[in-house]
Structure formats: structure tokens, C-alpha cells
Design a protein around this ligand. Structure first.
Ligand SMILES: Cc1cc2nc3c(=O)[nH]c(=O)nc-3n(C[C@H](O)[C@H](O)[C@H](O)COP(=O)(O)O)c2cc1C
Length: 347
């Protein structure tokens, strides 16, 4: 089942990375964040088999399809991986049931906030629970619900994002909650950055954008080609036009999908004004738009009209590489950073 040899940390990194690797049950404290349509059993199992950690995206899959994906992942790896459920997805509670029944070792709650009872249910299945925390008060609430770990994701990240940058969240959350393992996401593409984050107290890092360019990632070739050419400033975030229709910002490369989203918002606002739609239905249409549009680009390769969700770290990426090479590069780069810090401290 496990035809890959895991990539190990260097001796210098082992102690610094221990908290994260013990939490994940992996060799490296490096997570591939779940990406709807992209984080399938192949990418997840390859990540975990190489000693890192994969997260299977439930997105808004029909429950039977998600159950199959979980089974398939178990067939492809005997190492731990996570299931990532989106609390605002229509089948969210079914997705959660599936992960609990199938005893997936880690459950990540994404989207909006999970209820305390849902976190409890996940923990009772034996899973370790990770929750996103975008503010200190949310971090406190998730810890009070029993979260075992937190993901702090800055607005540099690709996909649906919060309002605050990684560097501010590090101070607001990472430095304030040393009692819980925290994985940092958003804008990370180098081992050097992972080394410095873990020296600051992070348990590890979660990346999405960089792993899109793993050879083993099933995203469409054209989607990958656009990533290679893109600059950081082309990964822009969507605005909200009116408080009458609250929308979560999405960071993606600028193309027709972004322009069309502006038109969709205006159209939905008009439908809200004349009473043709209520707010919940309008917000549902927004989410439906993103899921469909990401599929068009990432699966079908329509990079003009589909959504090219990507983080600002896209500007640092230059090529498609085998996952093993990416992980080896991250480890070597992190090791060098720690050696440099040690030398500096030694004076
Ligand atoms: C194409 C794409 C799709 C994503 N879909 C999801 C998702 O379904 N669930 C989730 O929790 N995060 C999702 N994310 C966020 C990633 O899991 C990860 O946290 C993020 O990419 C980290 O920031 P980075 O892009 O700067 O590496 C997505 C990101 C991208 C780029």
C-alpha cells in the first residue's frame, strides 16, 4: 500500500517540529490544506505517504461520493490524514457523520464556526479536531469547545479568506495561545518560512497553493500553467458590494470569473431588493458559483471563465515538481534557516 518512503526532518529540525509531528502522527509538520476538487484521495495519500499530512476536501460532495473518497484514501495510505468539512455546505452534517463512522484520525472544521456539539461528536469518534481561528475570541471559543489544534490562516491565502494578514494573526493568536498546537497558513511557500514560524511557536504549517504544483496533484495542466506564470499581485481578493449581501472574500487570480462575480453580486442585490430572493438563498447562490467555477478551472481546465483560486505565494512558484522534491526542498531550506539562526545566536 505504501510504496513511498517518507521524507524525514533533519536532526536539527526534529525537536522544533516535534509538537506538530506528534499531533499529526506524521514525519513532517507540513499539511496540504484541503482544496475543493483538488484534494482527492490521490493527493491526500501521496502527501501522507511521503511523511507530510494530507486533508481530504468534502466541499459540497454528495455524501456517498465523500464516503467513497474516504474509503479510497484508506486504501491508498495507512498513515494519518484529515477530513475537511465545510460547515456551510448543504451536506455538512452527513460529511461529519462519515468521518466519525469511518474513524478518520483528524477532522478539520472549515467554513464558518462549528457548534460545540459537533466538535464534541468529532472528538467522541476518537478524532483530533482542528478548527480555523480568524480572531482571538474565535480561538478562545474553539478551545472552550474542545478543539485539539487551531489553524491560523492569513488573508494572503488562496480560496475563501478572512480579513486579516498572517503577520497580524501571528501576534493576535499564535503568541496568545501557547497551550494549543497552532498550524499557520496563508502565504507560505518556503521551508525557511516554516522554520521561522515553528521557531516562533507554531506547531507546523499548512499550504495549499504550493502543492497545486505537485506533479501528483490532479489539478488540470492549464490550471498549473497559469500558476507558474502568475505574479503575487495578480492573486486578488473579491470585494463585498453591500452589507445587505454579506459575502466571504475569495482570493484568486484575476480573470473573467472575478469580473463575473461582481456582476453576480449586483444581480443578486437587485433580486434581494425586489424580494425575488431572500438573503440565505442569495448567499447560497454565491457559494454555488464558487464551487462550480473552481471545478471549471481546476478540473476542466477553463482558465478564462473558471475560478483560479490561488494565494499570493503563487508568485514564488516556478515549476511543477514531484511532491518528494518539494518536501525535500522544504526540509533542506528549513534546516539551513535554523542553522543560520543558531550561528547568529552564537555570535
Ligand atoms: C484552490 C483552493 C481551494 C481551496 N479549498 C479549500 C477548502 O475546500 N477547504 C478549506 O478549508 N480550505 C480551502 N482552501 C485553503 C487551503 O486549504 C489552505 O489553507 C490555503 O491554500 C493556504 O494558503 P496558501 O494558498 O497561501 O498556501 C483552498 C485553497 C485553494 C488555493
Amino acid at each position: 500500500m505504501n510504496e513511498y518512503k517518507p521524507v524525514h526532518p533533519t536532526q536539527r529540525l526534529e525537536a522544533i517540529w516535534k509538537r506538530g509531528t506528534e499531533f499529526l502522527g506524521s514525519d513532517l509538520p507540513i499539511m496540504c490544506g484541503a482544496m475543493t476538487w483538488i484534494s482527492d484521495p490521490q493527493l491526500v495519500s501521496v502527501m501522507s505517504n511521503h511523511g507530510a499530512f494530507g486533508a481530504l476536501a468534502a466541499g459540497n460532495m454528495p455524501p456517498e461520493m465523500f464516503a467513497e473518497a474516504v474509503d479510497r484514501t484508506f486504501e491508498m495510505t495507512d498513515r494519518p490524514f484529515a477530513g475537511n468539512v465545510i460547515t456551510i455546505a448543504p451536506n455538512y452534517l452527513d460529511h461529519l457523520d462519515i468521518l466519525c463512522e469511518k474513524k478518520v484520525s483528524h477532522i478539520i472544521f472549515a467554513g464558518s464556526l462549528p457548534r460545540g456539539s459537533e466538535v464534541k461528536k468529532a472528538k467522541e469518534s476518537g478524532a483530533k479536531v482542528l478548527c480555523f481561528a480568524s480572531t482571538a475570541s474565535i480561538a478562545k471559543r474553539m478551545i472552550s469547545y474542545g478543539a485539539d489544534g487551531l489553524i491560523l490562516e492569513g488573508s494572503e491565502a488562496g480560496g475563501h479568506i478572512g480579513h486579516v494578514s498572517t503577520i497580524v494573526l501571528l501576534q493576535e493568536i499564535l503568541f496568545q495561545f501557547p497551550e494549543i498546537p497552532i498550524f499557520v497558513a496563508g502565504g507560505i511557500a518556503s521551508g525557511k518560512m516554516i522554520a521561522h514560524l515553528t521557531l516562533m511557536g507554531a506547531a507546523g504549517a499548512q499550504m495549499g497553493t504550493r502543492f497545486v504544483l505537485a506533479q501528483e496533484c490532479g489539478a488540470h495542466e492549464k490550471f498549473k500553467e497559469v500558476f507558474i506564470k502568475a505574479r503575487a499581485r495578480e492573486a486578488i481578493s473579491t470585494p463585498q458590494y453591500s452589507a445587505k449581501l454579506p459575502v466571504v472574500s475569495v482570493r484568486a487570480l484575476n480573470n473573467h470569473a472575478m469580473t463575473h462575480f461582481g456582476e453576480l453580486q449586483l444581480d443578486l442585490l437587485e433580486k434581494l431588493r425586489v424580494g425575488e430572493l431572500n438573503r440565505t438563498d442569495a448567499q447560497f447562490k454565491v457559494e454555488e458559483y464558487w464551487v462550480g467555477s473552481l471545478r471549471n478551472a481546476a478540473v476542466d481546465g477553463d482558465v478564462e471563465h473558471g475560478s483560479l483560486m490561488a494565494g499570493q505565494s503563487v508568485g514564488m512558484l516556478q515549476q511543477v515538481q514531484p511532491l518528494r522534491t518539494i518536501l525535500e526542498e522544504l526540509v533542506a531550506d528549513a534546516d539551513q534557516a535554523v542553522a543560520e539562526v543558531r550561528a547568529r545566536l552564537a555570535g
